[in-house]
Write a protein that binds this ligand. Structure first.
Ligand code: GDP
Ligand code: MG
Length: 746
């Protein structure tokens, strides 16, 4: 018996065998943030996905292939967006993907409890000319709220098929696969019947299309209907594409401009607003005919009760900082023992390699440079993972949107825009996407301020440095200290933002509306995936950039070797050997062991002195010493100066460099970096605090500088951000060191 046809659900689909074997169908999963895209993606693909990056941006790109009745379907999980207007990084990524890679089908994941807003995006997908399948997700919640959707009717009106789904449980996923198969095979059409914008707009839009058509290659590349609408919407990215790629750019732009002016004159409102209003009017019309909202019994509304506290204007701010405090405490309580474990592991590995490899430069490079440098950074992996897990949980549970809401008022006090919260919060992971997400700020002044101060936040790369110092000098209160530095970062960003507003960027910032999603219990898998995606970046960075820089730093610390030493170490070492040799020879048992230990200790001391002299002579050593007068008031010595200098590239490098300095400097007793720092007589808690503050504030790393340059258009802003942060960091570090010393911490 044929096994395939024995399954009843498989009989209703007839696929042309030639078609089903011919190719992979590429399906992009798109939609509003929090509509359940990732949940649905996981349900469809079983979670075994491939993670890469979108070309040119550090946003994760997830894809996976699912086999469905002989069809190969590749799903791509796109970042969530509310529209395709290219304001935020997510929008740019999603939209460029759709334009450049042109998937065969877009599955638009729609939150059924918020149809009006979600369908706005759907219309924009339709305009791009790619077949769309609508996944009416959150069907369970819609049912609970007695929202009845006639999905067949809605499909008829909009001209695309709809399927009801529940991302968390996978309900409806087979229906969805079936419809995808049918659309791909042409069995049902998802014809792109775009909405009618009304006679006036359509006339103007047709005029623009006429001019667009003068460049055939351009029209073949970008859907002209879409392009015309974008020009009416004053879309920056569309302008750019025209300027760069259209033969008759000037004519097109002139036509678009005159159309926009005509529309503004006719409707008494600017053209982008008119376009948006037309879309909403169309959606409302469609919904009136397809959605019925029944009566729900007024139940005990937990969301409202919780929100009463969390969204309270004063309490809410405290709750936010309190929640973060809890997360940092937990992170350190659980993460530190694990970090120690990894540290012990890399130490063992180093010892093992030292034992099996012959002495020489290669061994030093491997043990001190690579294992020391990269291992020092990897040691903090558990802490980073736990931290990201906490943040993912807050995001998935629906708290982050509320935090943004509460902090909005706080931001206003300091003359900043409420939307700056998002770049700030994203920067606590990494300032690269943080700075990019400042695109959501439409007002250029708001944007520049945010871009300049957001990199002050504690980020994933500063985390290990601050964590290490906290663990070394404040072992009892590591979590508290870390949280304090984190809090200090926020406050400082506010103060600096306020100063910039009062001096260089005078003006008022505009208020904003934030949508509050309902609370949802996250699925463990959802939190885990989010956490893993972010943590993986950390590991990958350690294995690439940090590895490369560690090797360079090692070379700079290893060369050049002095031609002449202040003392004749070789002779000295030989003398020690000789003086012990006769006694060791005659001694036996315990005495002999004692003698050997004594001898080795003396030998190690001399070797350490020689290593120190070599370090001093090396390129990096000289740089560190040259900087000593500048940083002495902050309590830093030349070793720290080297690390800070290297940290310009990336902040994790500070740890790697310290580990290499100590490794090259001849420490062989495996105390781990934390132990070594705590034991170094030159260092004390006052210096540690000053160093934490310095690392927090000074110079955004190279990746962030590049993004600042790109986002604000020009090296001037990136130079300004480096300059002011170094100055501020130095000033604060000196202030912290000198005052804490007064209180006896030195
Ligand atoms: P994304 O931002 O679009 O990728 O959304 P996620 O997949 O991360 O989902 C956001 C939240 O909604 C998570 O807490 C999910 O567990 C939850 N969620 C996803 N789909 C559904 C659904 O169909 N019903 C309900 N009740 N919750 C869902
Ligand atoms: Mg997602």
């Amino acid at each position: 018996m044929n096994r395939r046809s024995s399954r009843p659900e498989e009989q209703d689909l007839t696929l042309d065998p030639a078609f089903s074997q011919s190719k992979t169908i590429r399906v992009a999963i798109a939609g509003n943030p929090n509509s359940g895209k990732t949940s649905l993606f996981n349900a469809l693909t079983g979670g075994h996905h491939h993670i890469g990056n979108y070309p040119g941006v550090t946003v994760e790109k997830k894809s996976a292939i699912t086999k469905y009745r002989g069809l190969k379907i590749e799903f791509i999980d796109l970042p969530g967006t509310y529209s395709l207007t290219a304001y935020s990084l997510e929008e740019v990524v999603a939209r460029n993907y759709l334009l450049k890679e042109t998937p065969d089908i877009i599955v638009d994941v729609i939150d059924s409890t918020n149809l009006e807003r979600n369908l706005y995006l759907l219309l924009q997908f339709q305009e791009m000319g790619v077949p769309v399948v609508g996944a009416l997700n959150m069907t369970d919640e819609a049912e609970a709220q007695a929202i009845e959707i006639d999905h067949a009717q809605l499909g008829k009106i909009l001209g695309i098929p709809f399927v009801k789904t529940v991302g968390r449980t996978g309900r409806g996923k087979l229906d969805l696969l079936r419809v995808i198969g049918q659309v791909a095979s042409g069995e049902i059409s998802s014809n792109v019947r775009h909405l009618n914008y009304g006679r006036e707009l359509e006339t103007e839009h047709d005029k623009i299309i006429e001019v667009l058509k003068s460049d055939e290659t351009f029209v073949a590349k970008y859907p002209s209907h879409w392009m015309a609408i974008k020009l009416l919407e004053e879309d920056d990215d569309a302008f750019l594409k025209i300027k760069k790629e259209h033969h008759n750019a000037d004519d097109v732009l002139a036509a678009a401009k005159s159309s926009r002016e005509w529309i503004a004159g006719h409707f008494g409102e600017d053209s982008p607003t008119v376009v948006g209003e037309q879309r909403y009017a169309y959606i409302r019309g469609a919904l009136r005919e397809t959605v019925a909202i029944g009566r729900v019994k007024k139940r005990f509304d937990l969301t409202e009760k919780i929100d009463a506290v969390i969204l309270n204007r004063y309490l809410g701010v405290l709750v936010f900082f309190g929640i973060m405090f809890g997360i940092y405490q937990l992170t350190f309580a659980l993460g530190n023992p694990l970090a120690d474990l990894i540290n012990a592991g890399t130490g063992q590995l180093g010892n093992f390699i030292s034992a099996v490899m012959p002495e020489g430069m290669l061994r030093d490079l491997l043990v001190d440079g690579i294992i020391g440098g990269v291992g020092g950074v990897l040691m903090f992996f558990p802490i980073v993972v736990l931290l990201f897990m906490g943040l993912s949980f807050l995001e998935d549970v629906g708290y982050m949107a509320r935090a943004a809401f509460v902090m909005d008022k706080f931001f206003h006090i300091f003359g900043m825009h409420g939307r700056s919260f998002i770049p700030f919060m994203v920067s606590t992971g990494c300032a690269v996407p943080g700075v990019m997400s400042a695109r959501t700020l439409v007002n250029p002044k708001d944007r520049v301020i945010t871009v300049l101060v957001a990199p002050i936040m504690v980020c994933g790369a500063k985390t290990p440095v601050i964590a290490m110092l906290a663990a070394a000098f404040f072992p009892q209160n590591a979590g508290l200290i870390f949280w304090s530095v984190w809090l200090f970062g926020w406050l400082l960003a506010f103060v600096v933002g306020w100063l910039l507003r009062k001096t260089m960027f005078r003006g008022e910032s505009s208020p904003f509306v934030m949508e509050l999603p309902p609370y949802r219990l996250p699925t463990p898998r959802g939190v885990f995936t989010h956490m893993w995606e972010r943590s993986w970046m950390y590991v990958r960075k350690a294995g690439t950039i940090i590895l490369a820089i560690s090797i360079i730093i090692w070379f700079l610390l290893y060369f050049p070797k002095p031609k002449e030493y202040t003392r004749d170490y070789d002779t000295h070492l030989a003398q020690i050997e000789q003086s012990f040799a006769p006694r060791v020879k005659v001694a036996s048992g315990g005495t002999k062991d004692d003698l050997i230990a004594q001898r080795d200790k003396q030998l190690a001391e001399v070797k350490n002195q020689r290593a120190a002299e070599e370090l001093n002579y090396s390129v990096a050593g000289r740089v560190g010493q040259a900087l000593e007068p500048v940083f002495r008031p902050a309590g830093f010595d030349w070793k720290i100066n080297i690390a800070l200098f290297a940290g310009f590239a990336a902040k994790e490098v500070i740890i790697a460099t310290m580990a290499i300095v100590y490794g090259v400097g001849g420490d062989e007793n495996g105390n781990g970096l934390t132990g070594l720092l705590a034991a170094d007589p030159h260092y004390n808690p006052a210096m540690a605090l000053a160093l934490m503050v310095f690392v927090l504030v000074y110079a955004p790393c190279m990746a962030v500088q590049a993004v600042i340059r790109r986002e604000l258009g020009g090296w001037k802003w990136s130079a300004f951000s480096i300059g002011y942060t170094i100055f501020l960091a130095w000033f604060l570090a000196v202030a912290v060191y000198q005052t804490t010393k007064l209180f006896g911490l030195g």
